[in-house]
Structure formats: structure tokens, C-alpha cells
Design a protein around this ligand. Structure first.
Ligand code: ADP
Length: 612
């Protein structure tokens, strides 16, 4: 803290020294060549120092801050360039009549004009905002817009008095009005930014507003004094100019000394939504300003045509310039809108995607909860039923095979045994549904091989059915870590359901497709059957549309649990062109070289995988 104070005192001392030197020159040296020379040299040295103070802040990876300080310093450099030309005119040519009478050098005014344009552009970068790379393009377009519009204003308002109808008095008036407007815009912008920013940047913007306010005061004073004809370089009237420059330099140094506050502030977590809200208000403001700039052209054109009392040649010139400016400004505004549209579209897509994800997650959550609670209930009941059922099955088998028993009793025993076996299968299914314990036999698996095996198994049993299987296996997809038997169980269940559905419809084709997408291995089973009556219910336990004795409604709910257990997802939908599709996503094992020659061999004609 002590160091900071000491540092600030050093700066203040240097500044006071410079100011003191100027005051001494101004009061001590009589008006004349010596005073003009000394004052001019001081006025050239000062922006150089200020430039250094600004540029030390530009050493940052953050593009916004970098651009801000660079533009400020570039503005300062422009001022320096203008001042250097002035020094040359006044010291070397000994002329001190400003503006038009300096012939070729009268164009130097535009350099002074551009210095504030660059500073306005620096404010438009808004360095207090987070440096989102998306905004970089916007910044270029905004810079183009700012430059284009101010140049247009200059060419429209000032230039005619220089080249169309030469009129020194009106030229000075027009120039002063435009420059005054510029600086007022800068002060207004800096005040607005300082109100919206916090701490570090609030202070910097505040300083800049003050710097430019002093500059505005100096402009007004000079205007009055030049009007009276009592202005000479080196007089006290230039003191506000010095103050404003020194203040700008001090701002650069203060910013540098307190840069830690800025980095601390940017580390503070800003929520994504807050950032997005910030960014969107940012875009709205900037695009409003851009539109305003474009609409100002016809208004200025109208003013030239109907209201202005300038000579006809000037009015014509202004009208032409307004028409000519429509093109570059229009292109830039169009470009800005195009960028904004593209960004809105991206945001819309992203929010739609997150909404879909949320919905899917919710459905999955509800499904898992439902399965878990039903599973508990069913598991308990099945376990209790299983023991007496085993006894019934055992005794009925004994009785059915007992040669000493009566024939009628044996035939009843066979019926009891068959029903008991059916019930045992059902209870087995119930138990495997309820169990859903994490698998312990996971190993890297080539999905294409498992798919081919499952299809081969079922293919043997398609006799008499008008059903075809097509496998479209993507070559070179990564392996997944899973339990092979469980995957076979899931695939077989889905294939069996598809066969049942297509058989009902008199035949069809089941296409099994594998692919690699966003880090997942995806398996798609698409049949050409009648589709599901209610895709939302198929994973519910006991939901079946099959006749009694054929379906239990447990197959898919078991599959659901098994796939979740493997860290994957299963979903289904009816396709618009007809038929049902089941989709399984399994996380792929990350590999350094996903398309290694070993895995490229997986094709449609692969041999069935060996069962574990
Ligand atoms: P089950 O096969 O015992 O009926 P599942 O849980 O395997 O039990 O299937 C539940 C229900 O889902 C089936 O009864 C059927 O109505 C529907 N289903 C499953 N796969 C398909 C498919 N490919 N086409 C049409 N409906 C299907």
C-alpha cells in the first residue's frame, strides 16, 4: 500500500514538473519564436511519454484489453503526428496562422480529428467485458463502422469548405463543431461505461471521461480565443491541453499499477447466463448504434437538400457524399446483422439441444426410478415364489417319471410340470429384471462382432418367415467396454421383438447399423414392421402387446437396465416412413489411433464372436 502511494507521488511529481515547465515557459518567455518553439517541443514530447504509459498495459493476452490500450495509444500517436506537423509549420516555416492558409499542411486537421475517432473506437471495444472469441469479428466490424461514419461526417461537414467552396471561417466553424461533437460523444460514452463497469474499469473509464472533458474545455477556450485573434502557441490557454494529456498518461500508469485488481475481477466466477445476457445487451446496443449511423445518412442528405443554407455546390457535394457513404456503411451494417443472425441461430440451436437433453434426462430419470421401485417389489416376490416353485417342479417331475403312478396321475403331473416350467422361466425373467447388478465381466468388445453374432443366432430360426437381415457395420469403430453376454442378451431381445413385429405384418427387413458418433458407438436396429403402438411405454415392465403366453413385457425393461449398467443409453422411436428403430449408445474406449489397422477389418461379413 505504501509503495502504491509512493509510486503515485512519483507520477504526480513528474507531471507537476512538466506542467511547471510549461507554465514557466508560458509566463517567463516573452511571446515570440522562442516561446513557440519551446512550447511546441514540449507538446511533442508529452504525447510520447503518454504513449509509453498507455502501451505498458497492452502487454496482455486478452484481446479486448490489448485492442483498447493499443487504440488509445494509436489515438495519442495520431495527435503526436498532427502536433509534429504543426511544430514543423510553426518552428520551421514560422507560420502560425492555422487551417486553410497553410496550403498542403491544412490537411493536418484530419489527423487531429482521427485521433478522437480512434479513442472512441477504443471505448467501443469495452475492455471490461470478458474476451469471448466470438466477439472478435464484431469488434472489427464495429471499428469499421465507427471509422466509416466519422470519416463520412468529416468529409460531409468539413471538407466542402476546404475544397468545394473555400471559406476559412466556415471551415473552422465546421471543424470545431465536428471535433466538439466527437469529444462530447467520447465523454458521454466513457461516463456510460463507467456506470456499467465495476471497480477497476469504472475508475479507468471515469479518468478517461475526465481527460476528455478537460480536452473539451480546451477546445471551447481555444475557439473563443482564436475567434478574438489573441491565441499564440505557448500561452496559458494550452494548459488544459497539457492537463488532459498528462491525466491520460496518469490513467495509463494507474491502470498498470492496479492491473491485479482487474485480473482478480475477471477470475470471479460469472455465470454463463449472466455473460450471455451481457453479451446480448452489448450486441443490441451496438447494432442499434449501427442502424442509427445508417439512418443518419438520409437525414443528413435531407438536411442538405432542404434545410441547409450552404451554397448549392456544397449541398450537392454533401448529398453525393451521403449517397456514397450508404454503400460502405450499408455493407458493414449488413455484415453486423449477418454475424448477429448467425450467433442467434447458434444460441437457439444450443438451447434447443440442451432442452432436448433435459427432457431426455428427465424421461430417463423417471424410467430408472420406476424400474428401481418395481424391481425391488418384483425381486422380493419372485424370490419368494421361486422356492415353492422349485419344489412344485421337482415333485411334478418325480410324479411324471414315476412308473408306479397311475397313467392319469402321470399325465396331470406332466401338465403341472410344463406349467411350472413356464412359470419358472417367467420368475427367472423377473429375477434378472430385478437383479440388474453391475456386471463383473466387462472387457473391450468389438461391437460389430457382437452384432453379427446376434444376427447369425436369429438367422438360423427364420425358416418360413419372409424376413431379411441386413447388417451395415461401420469399419474401424472403436471398441466398447462391456459384458459380452449381456450385450448379446440385449441385441437378441431387440432382434426377436423386430422379428415378431415384422412377422405380424407378413415379413420385412431388419437393418442393423453400427457407427461412431460423438465418442459413442451407436447401434441402430430399424425394422419395417408396423411400428410400436406406444414408444413411451415399451421400456415399462410388464408392458406387452403380445398375446398371453408369448410376451411377458419384461424383455425391454431388462435391456434398459443392462444398457444403463454398461454406461450406455437405449431409446426407441417410430420412423415417419414406418417401422420402429431402437438405438443404443455405448461409450467408446478412447484410443490414441481410433482407425488402427486392427479394427478396420470389421465388416458385414465378420465371423460370429465366440461366446464367453
Ligand atoms: P415382450 O416382448 O415380452 O412383449 P418387451 O419388453 O420385449 O416385452 O417388449 C414390449 C413391447 O414393445 C412389445 O410387446 C411390443 O408391443 C413393443 N415392441 C418392442 N419392439 C417392437 C418392434 N420392433 N416393433 C413394434 N413393437 C415393438
Amino acid at each position: 500500500m505504501k509503495n502504491v502511494f509512493r509510486g503515485n507521488w512519483y507520477i504526480a511529481a513528474v507531471w507537476f514538473l512538466l506542467l511547471g515547465a510549461y507554465v514557466l515557459i508560458s509566463l517567463g518567455v516573452p511571446a515570440g519564436t522562442a516561446r513557440i518553439t519551446a512550447a511546441n517541443i514540449l507538446l511533442c514530447v508529452m504525447p510520447l511519454l503518454v504513449n509509453g504509459a498507455l502501451l505498458i498495459n497492452a502487454v496482455t493476452p486478452d484481446w479486448r484489453k490489448q485492442a483498447f490500450w493499443m487504440l488509445l495509444s494509436l489515438g495519442c500517436t495520431f495527435w503526436l503526428a498532427g502536433q509534429a506537423v504543426w511544430t514543423y509549420i510553426e518552428v520551421y516555416h514560422h507560420r502560425n496562422t492555422p487551417y486553410l492558409s497553410n496550403g498542403y499542411f491544412s490537411n493536418v486537421d484530419i489527423i487531429f480529428f482521427l485521433h478522437t475517432v480512434l479513442m472512441i473506437a477504443a471505448l467501443a471495444v469495452q475492455p471490461h467485458k470478458p474476451s469471448d472469441d466470438r466477439k472478435l469479428l464484431y469488434s472489427y466490424v464495429d471499428f469499421g463502422l465507427i471509422l466509416c461514419w466519422w470519416l463520412y461526417l468529416y468529409v460531409c461537414v468539413v471538407i466542402p469548405w476546404q475544397y468545394v467552396v473555400t471559406d476559412g471561417k466556415r471551415y473552422v466553424e465546421a471543424f470545431s463543431v465536428v471535433v466538439l461533437l466527437q469529444n462530447i460523444v467520447f465523454v458521454g460514452g466513457a461516463i456510460r461505461l463507467s456506470m456499467s463497469a465495476t471497480r477497476y474499469w469504472r475508475r479507468i473509464y471515469g479518468h478517461l471521461a475526465a481527460v476528455e472533458a478537460v480536452y473539451v474545455i480546451r477546445l471551447i477556450i481555444i475557439q473563443v480565443v482564436v475567434g478574438r485573434g489573441s491565441y499564440t502557441r505557448g500561452s496559458l490557454y494550452d494548459l488544459p491541453l497539457l492537463i488532459s494529456f498528462l491525466w491520460l498518461g496518469a490513467t495509463g500508469i494507474v491502470a498498470y499499477r492496479h492491473r491485479d485488481e482487474d485480473s482478480n475481477a475477471s477470475v470471479q466466477p460469472a455465470t454463463q447466463s449472466a455473460q450471455d445476457a451481457n453479451a446480448s445487451t452489448d450486441t443490441i446496443w451496438a447494432s442499434r448504434a449501427a442502424r442509427l449511423a445508417l439512418f443518419s445518412l438520409p437525414l443528413i442528405g435531407f438536411w442538405c437538400l432542404r434545410i441547409s443554407e450552404a451554397p448549392l455546390a456544397v449541398r450537392e457535394f454533401r448529398l453525393l457524399v451521403s449517397l456514397g457513404a450508404v454503400l460502405p456503411l450499408g455493407v458493414l451494417v449488413f455484415l453486423r446483422h449477418e454475424l448477429a443472425d448467425r450467433e442467434h441461430l447458434q444460441v437457439l440451436r444450443a438451447s434447443q439441444e440442451s432442452f432436448d437433453n433435459l427432457k431426455r434426462l428427465q424421461t430417463q430419470f423417471v424410467q430408472s426410478e420406476k424400474l428401481a421401485s418395481i424391481g425391488q417389489l418384483v425381486g422380493g416376490a419372485a424370490h419368494e415364489i421361486n422356492n415353492p416353485l422349485t419344489a412344485i417342479l421337482g415333485y411334478s417331475e418325480l410324479l411324471a417319471d414315476d412308473p408306479s403312478a397311475a397313467e392319469s396321475a402321470r399325465s396331470i403331473a406332466v401338465k403341472i410340470r410344463d406349467q411350472a416350467r413356464r412359470t419358472k422361466t417367467l420368475v427367472g425373467n423377473l429375477l434378472s429384471f430385478a437383479r440388474q447388478v453391475p456386471s463383473e465381466h466387462r472387457s473391450p468388445i468389438d461391437i460389430n462382432a457382437i452384432v453379427n453374432t446376434s444376427v447369425q443366432f436369429r438367422r438360423f430360426d427364420l425358416r418360413g418367415k419372409n424376413i431379411r437381415f441386413v447388417v451395415q457395420a461401420e469399419a474401424g469403430i472403436p471398441e466398447v467396454r462391456a459384458d459380452m453376454n449381456q450385450l448379446l442378451q440385449v441385441f437378441s431381445n431387440i432382434i426377436n421383438n423386430a422379428v415378431d413385429a415384422m412377422d405380424e405384418a407378413g415379413g420385412g427387413t431388419l437393418t442393423v447399423k453400427t457407427l461412431f458418433e460423438k465418442g459413442n458407438v451407436v447401434i441402430l436396429f430399424s425394422d419395417t414392421g408396423p411400428g410400436m403402438s406406444d414408444p413411451n411405454l415399451v421400456f415399462d415392465p410388464f408392458y406387452t402387446t403380445k398375446p398371453v403366453g408369448k410376451g411377458t413385457g419384461l424383455g425391454l425393461s431388462i435391456c434398459y437396465g443392462l444398457i444403463q449398467d454398461q454406461g450406455g443409453q437405449i431409446s426407441c422411436y417410430n420412423r415417419s416412413e414406418g417401422g420402429a428403430t431402437f438405438r443404443i449408445d455405448l461409450p467408446a474406449i478412447p484410443v490414441a489411433f481410433p482407425f488402427s489397422p486392427r479394427s478396420v477389418g470389421a465388416t458385414t461379413h465378420r465371423e460370429p464372436a465366440k461366446m464367453a
